[in-house]
Design a protein around this ligand. Structure first.
Ligand SMILES: Nc1ncnc2c1ncn2[C@@H]1O[C@H](COP(=O)(O)OP(=O)(O)O)[C@@H](O)[C@H]1O
Ligand SMILES: O=c1ccn([C@@H]2O[C@H](COP(=O)(O)OP(=O)(O)O)[C@@H](O)[C@H]2O)c(=O)[nH]1
Ligand SMILES: [Mg+2]
Length: 240
């Protein structure tokens, strides 16, 4: 449904821009939040009720992306699309790509972009919602470019759950979901892939003022209290 209207962009008024800045400042949130929203408000934004609002949720393995996505869904009504879950669903359904995906995940490597983007696209298009959390994607610059080319929508927000390696390893080893990649050997490979291929994506969005870094240590609730004001500010902006 959202695809039909994506190209119908309109300019947001300058009064809206100042409202956004005021809102963020009223919320007493961090400077990057104020700057990020104000920067977006200066750009071309399609009508709010029809444009998909996309959040990429990034961070190393075990940084708590999935856990926080559940809370964001409960509080802000997003649809949660976990790229890893979509790929595991392909394996479980014995699809043509299933064996290739399984081997790639076992090795801690990245599935070809087109495969992942098509799965995300299918779920986005079949959803009635226009607010999406895309969890664990893009993991590489190639992923990012591929999404841009196929879906043709920029993310509004990019969350980065910044967690010490030691803590991520501990959490993954205790995850207990029977995943083929939750073992020490694969985790080491995944951490290397994260550093070499995913950090450049995070830097890309940082340079564009879209990145919101969350210190991903502490209790789940404490971490969510860093996440909440980001979406509250966007909600207030949309309501304004
Ligand atoms: N703040 C936290 N403190 C301790 N354990 C956590 C926290 N957040 C998540 N976990 C646990 O760590 C594991 C990895 O979390 P998950 O959300 O699956 O991370 P990711 O999706 O980034 O790999 C899960 O078992 C989860 O219950
Ligand atoms: O866009 C993606 C997302 C995931 N994966 C693969 O799926 C695994 C598990 O991803 P998930 O996001 O479920 O792991 P998490 O970071 O949540 O532990 C990754 O290590 C990759 O091998 C991938 O290739 N492309
Ligand atoms: Mg996850």
């Amino acid at each position: 449904m959202w695809r039909r209207v994506v190209s119908l962009s309109s300019f947001i008024s300058s009064s809206r821009t100042s409202f956004v800045a005021q809102t963020a400042s009223r919320l007493n949130t961090c400077e990057s939040l104020t700057t990020g929203i104000a920067q977006q408000a200066k750009g071309v934004i399609a009508p709010k009720e029809k444009t998909p609002f996309i959040t990429f949720v990034l961070g190393g393995p075990g940084s708590g992306k999935g856990t926080q996505c559940i809370k964001i869904v409960e509080t802000f009504g997003f649809t949660h699309l976990s790229a890893g879950d979509l790929l595991r669903r392909e394996i479980a359904s014995n699809s043509a790509d299933g064996a290739m995906i399984l081997n790639t995940i076992k090795e801690g490597k990245i599935v070809p972009s087109q495969v992942t983007v098509k799965l995300i696209q299918k779920d986005m298009e079949s959803s009635d919602n226009d607010k999406f959390l895309i969890d664990g994607f893009p993991r590489t610059e190639e992923n990012r470019v591929s999404f841009d080319q196929i879906i043709s929508v920029e993310p509004n927000v990019v969350l980065f759950f910044d967690c010490p390696e030691e803590e991520m390893v501990k959490r993954v080893l205790n995850r207990n979901q029977g995943r083929v990649d939750d073992n020490l050997e694969t985790i080491k490979k995944r951490l290397q892939v994260f550093e070499a291929l995913s950090l450049p994506v995070i830097n890309y969005y940082s340079q564009r003022g879209k990145l919101y870094t969350i210190k991903a240590i502490g209790t789940e609730d404490e971490i969510f209290e860093q996440v909440r004001p980001i979406f509250t500010a966007f909600e207030l902006h949309a309501a304004g």
